[in-house]
Design a protein around this ligand. Structure first.
Ligand code: UDP
Length: 241
């Protein structure tokens, strides 16, 4: 059942979502198919921002676990998100979707710097805005980036596109056939139960700013549009379907 179509959404894509079955790197065919899904949303007149992760290339925590300085490793992770953002931009522009990449770390030859007011203007002009380089700060994640940007640009919802899961469960459905899938959840439950929706910093930011979150399966074609149109798919956190 369609409840409502959102006006402005932040789509969070994990780096893994761009990797396809290889699990690492960028798979152009996968990126192209996600771009088509995003175009469907954009053509409905829904304003779309994208935050892309970097885990398909590099994760700061993994680097620091191997002895690297955490801050350096995190900056490398942020640079990985820039590569993913450019891949996403390329795929979208190829199918005539106007985009701008805004980077939280200045790199003027590659992307605009992140400027909130300019990002909002791009959205109003019908461009998809891709936020690259996370928050620009080490010790954070791109989930937190999605929460932060959603609050800043007053998005209606965060669409949390996940790989290999179609919502939030009380335990791992791959290991437990009796795992229960939640249709709705409150942020505080996510924190108290330690559910793997997004990290605690990102969850708190969403809770404090009352930003609902829809967790759904990216691999089902059409799901991004369904989520943006308010259809009951996956799990909604901090809101109603
Ligand atoms: N990162 C960071 N600050 C940010 C966002 C990201 O330091 O604001 C780094 C961090 O090292 C992280 C990496 O970038 O491991 C990739 O981001 P993330 O793990 O969130 O990507 P995803 O899991 O969504 O692919």
């Amino acid at each position: 059942m369609t409840v409502k179509q959102y006006k402005r959404v932040v789509l969070k894509l994990s780096g893994e979502a761009l990797a396809g079955d290889e699990g690492f790197g960028i798979n152009p065919a996968v990126v192209e198919s996600i771009a088509h899904q995003i175009k469907d949303v954009y053509e409905r007149g829904i304003e779309v921002c994208i935050v892309v992760g970097g885990g398909n290339i590099w994760r700061g925590l993994a680097g620091s676990a191997k002895g690297m300085d955490r801050t350096t490793a995190d900056y490398m992770g942020m640079l990985a998100t820039v590569m993913n953002s450019l891949a996403m931009q390329d795929a979208l522009e190829k199918i005539d979707v106007n985009t701008r990449v805004q980077s939280a770390i200045e790199m003027r030859q590659v992307a605009e710097p992140y400027i909130r007011r300019r990002a909002v203007r791009h959205l109003e002009k019908g461009r998809v805005v891709i936020f690259a380089a996370g928050t620009g700060n080490p010790y954070f994640s791109t989930d937190t980036t999605a929460a932060l940007r959603a609050a800043e640009i007053e998005a209606d919802v965060i669409l949390m596109a996940k790989k290999n899961t179609d919502g939030v469960y009380d335990c791992d459905p791959n290991n437990n056939p009796n795992a229960h899938k939640f249709e709705t959840l409150e942020y505080i439950e996510v924190l108290q139960r330690g559910l793997a929706v997004m990290d605690a910093t990102a969850t708190s930011l969403c809770m404090d700013n009352k930003i609902p979150l829809i967790v759904f399966d990216i691999d089902k074609p059409g799901n991004i549009l369904k989520a943006a149109s308010g259809e009951c798919i996956g799990t909604i956190v901090g809101g109603k379907m």
